[in-house]
Design a protein around this ligand. Structure first.
Ligand code: TYD
Ligand code: MG
Length: 468
């Protein structure tokens, strides 16, 4: 007996294994198992006092919307569903250096100036570093309570004494509690600290914002385990080398999850981008083959982006399929439909697909834009520069109408586009006449649609553009 046996904890999903393996059986991630010595004194089972039981209520009655605290940053309010909810915990994840600390310090500054008691606890940087950033952001006069600390005990005591309304923990990976034997940054510590901090927020009604680093190789304890505990999860995306940053809600108990916030990183921090379509289309030159402008929707907001495709003869071996910003499975499907239904062959050709600006698109309506970019590249024929494309493709090669066509057309028209390639609006036979008339009126107000009902229609249109 004596020494307790080691356990191996997956740093990605948190599952516990008896022995080391290269791959976690539970989540399938590689190189994520880390040895931990279970501590002799397991964490006390807190909150196990004798209780009176629970009170049940019915489903009727008023469901009041939770109150919201404005973050002072419109794009952040949008992503959170209208602002921060008191008594909730929120995780902000993203690659190191993407701008999490910058955004939260800016938010802390705004909220403190609006009279809310705000605490910023930095576990990564010394107070001097945070102050230097505050000076750069023009926030030195904002009454933010700043501390550099990583030990959970003193932090909770300090919070209990100060009772801030807004608490920022930067980052959760640096926090540790002496109740556990595990090293800081391990899943056990991350989980225990998140749990304590989340419980503190629920108990006191404070807003708790946890910063979590995600690395692609999963070396640092993934904040995945934290996702289940918090009320909302926001992720920062974007190309770190470029200046655009996209904040996206992946989970939100108090709001929608499909909204995005768009920011631009400049010399004085993150600024909000009010018209993201213009930004994502910025720098588009002459119409080139292989490019199609996709009229997409991100939450409630229409967003135009350029989809670029390059189809080139494969130099040797297996042709490459490389995708940035879109789903590779979806690309394989579009390629297969183009081959099977339209006779466009991609065998022996490399296919590259890129969504401009570092945006990640998950909407099925992008299918048609991807197909248009691919066909345009294959025929080496540019699509009209004043044209947007959208529509979902089915395996049979049919093109289906995308949701909220009018919002997409309106945004395209606002940005100076003159036409759209999209699905024909199909109505049941009995309604065709009435709907058909209505459609004409409706389109006259917006953009004319070059109707495509099947993928072969698209291919023959692009072919016709090439020929004349
Ligand atoms: P930071 O917020 O520290 O990232 P994270 O907390 O996600 O690790 O942002 C770091 C990057 O942002 C760094 O490369 C410097 C850059 N930056 C600016 O370009 N402008 C600014 O005003 C600030 C504060 C940072
Ligand atoms: Mg940081």
């Amino acid at each position: 007996m004596g020494k307790p046996a080691s356990i191996f904890v997956c740093q990605s999903c948190g599952s516990v294994h008896g022995k080391w393996a290269g791959r976690c059986d539970a989540c399938g991630e590689w190189n994520v198992l880390v040895e931990e010595i279970p501590s002799q004194n397991q964490p006390r089972k807190t909150g196990r006092r004798k209780s009176r039981g629970i009170d049940f209520v019915g489903l009727s009655g008023d469901a009041v919307d939770p109150p919201r605290l404005s973050t002072g940053i419109e794009e952040l309010n949008r992503v959170t569903g209208g602002g921060l909810v008191p008594g909730s915990a929120l995780l902000i994840g993203g690659d190191p250096g993407i701008g999490k600390s910058t955004l939260l310090l800016q938010m802390a500054g705004h909220m403190a100036r609006s009279g809310l008691k705000t605490a910023y606890i930095s576990g990564e940087e010394a107070t001097a570093q945070v102050k230097r950033r505050a000076r750069r952001l023009g926030l030195i006069d904002a009454p933010v309570n700043l501390a550099a600390e990583t030990a959970l005990g003193p932090i909770l005591d300090g919070l209990m004494a100060e009772k801030p309304d807004i608490i920022i923990i930067d980052s959760i990976q640096t926090m540790w509690t002496d109740q556990l034997g595990a090293a800081p940054g391990t899943v056990a510590q991350v989980r225990a600290c998140s749990q304590e901090l989340t419980r503190y927020a629920k108990k006191t009604g404070a807003c708790m914002l946890l910063v979590g680093h995600v690395t692609k190789d999963g070396q640092i304890a993934g904040p995945r385990v934290v996702e289940h505990m918090v009320d909302a999860v926001l992720y920062f995306e974007g190309d770190r080398a470029g200046q655009f940053r996209i904040l996206r809600a992946h989970k939100n108990r108090f709001g929608p999850t499909d909204e995005i916030g768009v920011f631009e990183m400049g010399t004085t921090g993150l600024t909000e981008v009010e018209n993201p379509s213009a930004l994502f289309l910025d720098g588009r030159g002459e119409a080139a083959s292989g490019a199609a402008v996709f009229a997409g929707l991100e939450g409630t907001r229409p967003l135009l982006t350029e989809i670029q495709a390059l189809v080139a003869p494969a130099a040797f071996g297996t042709p490459r399929r490389a995708v940035v910003g879109w789903d590779s499975g979806r690309l394989a499907m579009v390629l297969a439909v183009l081959e099977a239904r339209c006779g466009v062959s991609f065998g022996g050709k490399d296919v590259y697909l890129n969504v401009a600006g570092g945006l990640k698109i998950s909407e099925p309506a992008a299918d048609l834009a991807v197909a248009a970019a691919l066909v345009s590249s294959v025929f080496d024929t540019p699509l009209p520069a004043d044209c947007v494309v959208f529509g979902e493709i089915s395996l049979s090669g049919d093109v289906r109408q995308a949701s909220r066509t009018d919002a997409r057309l309106k945004e395209a028209s606002k940005l100076g586009f003159k036409r759209a390639i999209a699905a024909a609006i199909v109505a049941p036979a009995s309604e065709t006449k009435r709907r058909g008339n209505k459609k004409l009126v409706h389109q006259a107000e917006q953009l004319p649609i070059l109707e495509i009902s099947t993928l072969p229609d698209l291919v023959s249109r692009v072919q016709a553009m090439k020929d004349g």
